[in-house]
Design a protein around this ligand. Structure first.
Ligand code: FES
Length: 148
């Protein structure tokens, strides 16, 4: 954690950058890191937790190696997102908001990814997949299962 902090000035404006780097490094924001950041930037832990819960990009829970986001916004919903979500949940054996016991996959839903015209949309590890069908999502997940 110290290695990450030393790359940044002890200025409040660095908070979001530090949080992004911690999440990139660990896959989530460990609670202990909040305390270290708080001391380093002299910002209260409660303020940092407030930011962490406000921005969906951050998570305090360990995520799987591969993170799947399914858009459930209106446009994607109309185009079949519920069936896509159902299929992913069936294939992974978890509900949205959960991580597989082997820590390979975690799943979440969002209300719009800002690319409604190409829905239904899924994002896996930052890669966008458009016009998803149940067949398409099945084969995409199979490919990710091969990536250790
Ligand atoms: S509703 Fe899915 S991208 Fe907007």
């Amino acid at each position: 954690m110290d290695i990450i902090l030393k790359r940044y000035k002890t200025e409040r404006k660095e908070l979001i950058h530090i949080l992004h780097e911690v999440q990139k490094e660990y896959g989530y924001i460990p609670v202990e890191s909040v305390s270290a950041i708080s001391k380093y930037l002299r910002i209260s832990e409660s303020e940092i937790f407030g930011i962490l819960t406000f921005y969906k990009a951050f998570t305090l829970e360990p995520r799987g190696k591969h993170h799947i986001t399914i858009c459930m916004g209106t446009a994607c919903h109309i185009r079949g997102a519920p069936k896509i979500l159902e299929e992913v949940q069936r294939q992974l054996g978890i509900d949205a908001g959960e991580t597989t016991p082997d820590r390979m996959f975690s799943l979440e839903t969002v209300n719009c990814l800002g690319c409604c015209a190409i829905g239904p949309v899924a994002v896996i590890d930052g890669n966008y997949y458009s016009n998803i069908t149940t067949k398409k999502i099945n084969s995409i997940i199979k490919e990710y299962k091969k990536i250790e």
